[in-house]
Design a protein around this ligand. Sequence first.
Ligand SMILES: *[C@@H]1O[C@H](CO)[C@@H](O)[C@H](O)[C@H]1NC(C)=O
Ligand SMILES: *[C@@H]1O[C@H](CO)[C@@H](O)[C@H](O)[C@H]1NC(C)=O
Ligand SMILES: *[C@@H]1O[C@H](CO)[C@@H](O)[C@H](O)[C@H]1NC(C)=O
Ligand SMILES: CC(=O)N[C@H]1CO[C@H](CO)[C@@H](O)[C@@H]1O
Length: 609
Amino acid sequence: MSKYLKPTLIASVVASVLLAAGIACGGAETPQPTEEAAPAAAATEATTASAATAAAAPTSTPPPEATVRPTNTPAPTAVARTAATPVPSGPAKHGGTVNMSAYADTKDWDPLGSASLSSVISYSQLYNQLLQFDTADTDEVVGDLAESWEISPDGTTYTFNLIAGVQWNDGMPLTAHDVLHTMLRYGNPCNSTGRSGLWRSYVVPLEVADREGRDCTPTDPDASVRAVDDQTIEFNLAFASGAFVKFLAIDYAINIIEHNSGSGPFILEDYQSGNHYKVNRNPNYFKEGLPYFDRIEHYIITTPATLLAQIDGGQIDMANSPGSNLTAPEVYELEQRTNSQYVGHDVFGGATRGFMLNIKREPFSDHRVRQAINLAIDRQKHNARGLHGAGRGHCPLVGMANTLEECVTWPGMRPKDTPGGQEDIARARELLAEAGYPDGFEAQYTVRQVGTYVDECSVIKQDLEEHLGITGSIETLPSAAGYAKYGTARPADATGDWEISCQADGMVVLDPDAIYGGIFLKGGTRNYTDWEAPEVNAWYEAQKVELDPEKRREINKVAELWLHEFSNNHWVSLTLGKSFWIMNHDIKGFSAPQTIQYGFKQEHLWLDR
Ligand SMILES: *[C@@H]1O[C@H](CO)[C@@H](O)[C@H](O)[C@H]1NC(C)=O
Ligand SMILES: *[C@@H]1O[C@H](CO)[C@@H](O)[C@H](O)[C@H]1NC(C)=O
Ligand SMILES: *[C@@H]1O[C@H](CO)[C@@H](O)[C@H](O)[C@H]1NC(C)=O
Ligand SMILES: CC(=O)N[C@H]1CO[C@H](CO)[C@@H](O)[C@@H]1O
């Protein structure tokens, strides 16, 4: 058992959280949020998370030092970071054509047709959302089409007032009925949720006539979302939630229905599948003075080498997202080589790196084996060698519950070359011996050929071999084949064809709901073995309705400690990865978003050339 949280303690903590949940539900009845209060609550929550990010954010800070350890993993090239983040200079200027690189083509121009990152970075600038993340304070939710909004006293009805006079590009007025049609399409249970419909897990579920028989006509749409009049739209939530507005503010939650032309800052002029797409400034854009660029030409450049060559040749001004597939050393070298003419802006919250243990198969069905693995893994080494020192945050809720400073002192988190770290390894060996594997065992690793996943997996394997005698080989698979293999563990009567999988979970918004929903709840995208824990379900339910950010954090702290303690868990949390949004120093007005999943309208950027 863990030295720092005894089972009896866990039980009493669970009880007190359940109690707190009861209080929280009662508390929700007390008069609530004014128009500003609730969005601010959500923003505060995000701010606390970003406070941790901020420490690591200045680009002039050298990357964390690598833990040096004899190993056959290719050591990262040590490159000092010299570039400073450009500060906006002078008043914004209009005009200019900017060349951007896209790391992949779009699958669709209809947001509901594809909710993948590669698609949203393409179509986002053509449309608007009801809400968006502020382009300067990127953790704050502000209106996009909505001019203001009100929240009912019990926190479950959100009423959005649209900005008057907004038009579709074809000149037709954009009304609340258009927004409603879009939302009903996203919310329809006949369609997959995708990211465009993530908000729908907060709203009273939309019922349809006969889902099995494909009669997807909503029976009582008003129960979920309704147009009050031409300018007003109302959402009915199933429970009060501070996170709801964040999911409505991501670029995926876009309006398009009935008017293929959109209402956004740019208009698509030319698209050549697999090659480029070019957009022009919308001269009738409803936001006075925006956008600044006259034209953006997006070139689809899928390989990092080609991207670097084009940047060196001066043909690319910026990437259109942080998904450029360049490693940290490649970015730092680019900054040095160009004397900071090009800067890689740090974007955290991209993906929580971890690895999955197949709890349906021996020996991982024994929680002592999983506990031992969680204690023996070297997080610092994973960050240094797998992510070239560019990651941060090693606990399950990545700084949104316990602070990174707190959790780095926990067993399993402590650097392995410290007395605490050595103790962790010794305890891990004891646990493995108790489980009947004093000399370790052989395991199969599976990893998808994506980004740096394969390198990261070899670091993980080395650790477990060195510290616990767990040997085995790494199977690398193309992305889709890897997912298919993970899926073999889904059926109730199957154990699956994999044992340890090196994987990440991309967070759409930096909110605990996103991590629970992705990894720690039944039905989660990264929950391939249908792992489920009643304690976690209770904590999740309690924190999701808690509107007070501090109270919510307290619940999540307890949950996080329990998850990390690993008396029952399936996902070993490692590192929150970082991505880099590359742009020429003379592109101004940029503030890095909190995750790699939003901030693609580019209406606020301008060229100082
Ligand atoms: C489901 O999504 C498609 C777009 O992929 C859309 O055309 C269709 O209307 C949606 N179906 C329903 C029932 O909303
Ligand atoms: C943008 O890219 C195109 C195609 O590579 C090139 O012809 C053009 O010169 C580039 N523009 C700038 C400003 O670099
Ligand atoms: C490039 O990055 C994107 C997003 O991070 C990812 O989906 C894609 O698989 C990566 N491509 C390669 C070749 O690693
Ligand atoms: C039993 C169960 O809830 N399984 C779900 C696991 O998650 C996937 C989604 O990623 C669902 O399709 C399964 O139904």
